[in-house]
Design a protein around this ligand. Sequence first.
Ligand SMILES: [Cu+2]
Length: 112
Amino acid sequence: MKFLTILALISFSFSALAEKRQITLVNYETDGVKQWLPGTIIVKKGDDVEITLINNVPSGVHGFVIPDFKVRTDVKKGVKEVVTFKADRDGLFPMKCHLHPAHVGGQLLVLP
Ligand SMILES: [Cu+2]
């Protein structure tokens, strides 16, 4: 019985550590340079991450990928897109637009 109680407390502790992180990124363009902003986002390992992407730049469709978490979507001008993933490992991971190599990349920092 004592063992089960300890096990339940441990399970509760772990689930209490993971949080849902809701983040909004906006595609920004100046002098022909595009970038998703904020360019760096920070979450904790175990978090359920939801990113809303807003693209209002005149040049049309832009992509958003975080290859290490298999996140990939195209974002049309004026149409919000939402991606979700579990940050199941810590580290620094690139975020970029897969449609335009010149689109300035960002980074995802997952804290341990
Ligand atoms: Cu782009």
